[in-house]
Design a protein around this ligand. Structure first.
Ligand SMILES: Cc1cc2nc3c(=O)[nH]c(=O)nc-3n(C[C@H](O)[C@H](O)[C@H](O)COP(=O)(O)OP(=O)(O)OC[C@H]3O[C@@H](n4cnc5c(N)ncnc54)[C@H](O)[C@@H]3O)c2cc1C
Length: 503
């Protein structure tokens, strides 16, 4: 579902489904065998009669969501939920009743038993019916986010909200014992987050495909008349060719890698921290590719690239904000940064990109070994943390390239992808990759030259055309769009005096 290109057309719809299916239904389904009482709720969620929301992070606790402050205190009949202070408001799932559909939440709250904190657990809490909020639950709608598909993002707070024992999300609801390893227990509760981290990347890949297709098609028919008499299509210019070839290559390479990475993330023989690390690598790599490709191709479509109906400006505004949409987004979650080094990377001699990734990792690991305070020291924070993203991305590039090579992606695509990655760290490739700056340019030139004769076919191979509605993809599409626009006409005649006065 998440890989269907339709997911890239409306980010609000994607956000609702990702939380509803990926997080809420996913979290509950794990307990279904031991908790048949959850079946009616799950059936209602699966029918979309009820929308599931996932209230994990709080206004004061985002990436450190392990430290949430919402409380769930045991009572003789179950639990009572409270938001102790403004900072503990749940942030930012859409919890208002404005869309006329009942909502239920998985709320992460600290379990308090006889005054003792037993750590954060999930509780099932009804939020609103089709018309109004339930007693004690308050939803405070946040302001709009510029350029995004509209959604009722909110702050949610609880005042003495009573729920039964069965509201605890667990296979055994009577086990309220404190976990021996609280952080591990927390990661076990939020086990759907790494999968959500992976899921976020899928619409980005579809968006890169769509943007490459739109800009490529537009550049083939948009022509200008220079000094000669024949119109010259703008795709003739290298400055046009590079961004389009770049986006096409990225889209193809990432499409080869993504299904492989999903399988690895689901592979239970791998340590769950490694799987989470891999999800972070996929997300960080795809996100940065998206953020580089989309504005670049949009700009190459001139004024047309700035209009909502031509897709690129809209998708850039709304999708970039998904970059921060999970507690692992910065790549700095407790599990991800420490285990990224164990991800299933290709060996150093597999490709130039793999050599780059291994080199960055070993450079940073040697530096880490020399730090007296290890990874909690101020020097780690100032010297190594800022390098983490480059190293994580380098691993992503090497993995993606290896997947594309194994999938027999055409050589010109691989070469353009490699050149694009070299652009990210030209100093390393010059210092250690044996490629001077001029050699890097020549290599890039050869790659684009080899790709261009096949561009039309590669754009078709992206299989994105049925999802593209931007009128600029063809002259015919534009003419149809033009005919549909509001036109203002009249029969007034300017009075000559008035014209003189205006002049
Ligand atoms: C579209 C969207 C949908 C969302 N849906 C949900 C949802 O369904 N459920 C839910 O619970 N939440 C949801 N969220 C909230 C999301 O989980 C948080 O935005 C995310 O966890 C980050 O928290 P924060 O925004 O408070 O950032 P903060 O935690 O305030 O972090 C801000 C910045 O500080 C830096 N930083 C913080 N900690 C570290 C660290 N340890 N190391 C290095 N740098 C650090 C990073 O640069 C980070 O970007 C959603 C957010 C978005 C944008």
């Amino acid at each position: 579902m998440i890989m269907d290109p339709i997911m890239s057309l409306d980010t609000a719809m994607f956000t609702i489904l990702a939380a509803h299916v990926g997080l809420t239904i996913g979290t509950l389904s794990r307990h279904l065998h031991a908790r048949p009482d959850l079946k009616p709720l799950l059936n209602s969620l699966l029918r979309f009669d009820t929308v599931g929301i996932y209230l994990l992070t709080e206004r004061g606790h985002g990436l450190d969501a392990f430290n949430v402050e919402t409380t769930a205190t045991t009572t003789p009949h179950g639990f009572v939920l409270n938001t102790p202070r403004e900072e503990a408001c749940k942030f930012m799932p859409a919890s208002t009743p404005l869309f006329g559909i009942p909502k239920v939440a998985l709320v992460m709250a600290r379990l308090l038993v006889d005054g003792h904190d037993r750590g954060p657990r999930f509780f099932i809490v009804p939020i609103c019916n089709a018309h109004t909020m339930y007693t004690g639950v308050q939803s405070i709608r946040l302001g709009p986010r510029p350029g995004t598909s509209p959604l009722d993002f909110s702050l949610t707070r609880f005042t003495n909200v009573h729920v039964p024992h069965t509201a605890l999300v667990a296979s055994n609801v009577s086990d309220l014992s404190p976990p021996s390893r609280p952080l591990d227990a927390w990661w076990d509760q939020v086990w759907r987050i790494p999968l959500g981290t992976m899921a976020v990347s899928a619409p980005w890949i579809s968006s890169i495909k769509a943007a490459a297709y739109i800009a490529g098609r537009y550049s083939m028919h948009r022509s200008l008349v220079g000094k000669g008499t024949q119109p010259i299509p703008i795709i003739t210019f290298r400055t046009q060719q590079w961004p389009i070839a770049h986006a096409t290559a990225v889209a193809m390479v990432m499409s080869s890698w993504y299904p492989i990475a999903i399988k690895q993330c689901e592979d239970r023989s791998l340590d769950h921290r490694v799987r989470h690390g891999l999800a972070v690598i996929v997300k960080a790599t795809t996100c940065r590719h998206f953020q580089r490709c989309i504005p670049e191709v949009a700009e190459r479509c001139g004024a047309q690239g700035t209009f909502e109906h031509n897709y690129m400006a809209r998708i850039e505004a709304s999708s970039s904000q998904k970059a921060t949409s999970s507690p692992s987004a910065s790549g700095s979650s407790p599990s991800s940064s420490s285990t990224a080094t164990q991800s299933p990377s290709p060996p150093s001699d597999h490709s130039l990109l793999a050599h780059h990734a291994h080199s960055l990792l070993s450079e940073n690991l040697s530096l880490l070994a020399s730090l007296p305070g290890g990874h909690r020291s101020p020097t780690y924070n100032s010297l190594i943390l800022p390098q983490a993203e480059l190293a994580i991305e380098a691993m992503g590039h090497a993995l993606a390239y290896a997947a594309a090579l194994a999938s027999h992606v055409p050589q010109p695509i691989l070469d353009v992808y490699e050149s694009a990655v070299i652009r990210r760290d030209p100093a390393w490739y010059s210092e250690q990759g044996g490629l001077s700056r001029v050699q890097q340019r020549l290599r890039e030139d050869a790659a684009v030259t080899a790709l261009m004769p096949h561009l039309e076919r590669y754009l078709d191979d992206l299989d994105i055309a049925p999802y593209v509605s931007a009128p600029i993809v063809s002259d015919e599409g534009w003419k149809t769009y033009y005919a549909s626009l509001d036109a203002f006409s009249g029969d007034a005649t300017p009075e000559s005096e008035q014209v003189q006065a205006m002049l």
